[in-house]
Design a protein around this ligand. Structure first.
Ligand code: GLU
Length: 275
């Protein structure tokens, strides 16, 4: 059965960009007579706040959306992420990375044909690693692209389906050896999203174009963990009158502020192209 989701992080109040994304996913679920799931991506307790989570529910209800209960909150499912991590580790696909942020930045290399620099590394020699562990040095778990490539016999056969574009070659090398478990919170975005999309039976991942690159890594994790492959639809990002995309960091006007100024949900839906 068709199932899609809206997966915000409660690190701020929602703005028009979120409303557009949520409405897009919700409309797709309705058109397909499928499921619409809200997921709260709150693994980073230092950045998430309860009032933002309450705000997400209020804003989406105001917009006229309804979603399945219970709502999955990532902070309550650490065991699921640990299980996936343990499996990848048992298969020799991960290594501990003790480097500081600065050391990682200094070791970045250009990805093949990629615009961005990425990190590629390897486990420390066993005695050095044992010494670091004994000293209590904090570490992140990173996915080894070299090991992943060996397991899959290269990434040549790895693809995903982007609606409207067809079959796309997945190029996880563009992301480097991504962190799957952060030093501070014990899990990381790509792992939690991939595990949750599978556990929640998501058949269609509908989200903004800003997350297109993330798909390369998430597709690789699906292949390594033997998880089903959803279809992707990355919608164009909504831009404001200045031509810039709405973003929390630019203090885009929040939905609650629009509401306080007297805008109705019907007006906003119309502005965003959902009548
Ligand atoms: N939690 C992510 C965000 O707020 C979205 C994750 C996703 O849709 O895959 O940007």
């Amino acid at each position: 059965m068709f199932a899609t989701r809206f997966a915000p992080s409660p690190t701020g109040y929602l703005h028009r960009g979120h409303a557009y994304s949520a409405l897009t996913a919700f409309a797709a679920a309705q058109d397909a007579g499928g499921r619409f799931v809200l997921r709260i991506e709150d693994i980073d307790a230092t950045r998430c706040r309860p009032e933002f989570e309450v705000g997400i529910h209020e804003d989406l209800a105001w917009l006229g959306l309804s979603w399945e209960q219970p709502v999955r909150r990532q902070s309550e499912h650490r065991d699921d992420y640990q299980a996936a991590l343990a499996r990848l580790e048992a298969e020799g696909l991960l290594y501990r990375c003790f480097r500081t942020r600065k050391e990682v930045a200094e070791a970045m290399v250009s990805a093949p044909h990629g615009a961005m620099e990425v990190f590629r590394g390897a486990a420390l020699p066993p005695d050095e690693e044992a010494r670091r562990l004994a000293a209590g040095g904090p570490f992140a778990w990173r996915l080894s692209l070299d090991a992943a490539s060996r397991t899959l016999g290269g990434f040549g056969g790895l693809t995903f389906t982007e609606e409207g574009e067809g079959v796309v070659s997945a190029r996880p090398e563009l992301g480097g050896d991504v962190v799957l478990a952060r030093k501070d919170v014990g899990v990381a975005y790509h792992l939690a999203v991939t595990v949750d999309d599978a556990l929640q039976g998501i058949t269609h991942v509908i989200r903004g174009r800003d997350l297109f690159e993330a798909t390369h890594v998430q597709r690789l994790l699906q292949a390594l963990l033997g998880l089903p492959e959803p279809i992707y639809r990355h919608h164009a990002l909504l831009t404001g009158p200045d031509g810039k995309r709405y973003a929390k960091r630019d203090h885009a006007e929040t939905l609650r502020s629009l509401r306080e100024r007297g805008m109705s949900a019907a007006e906003l839906r119309k502005e965003l192209g959902f009548e």
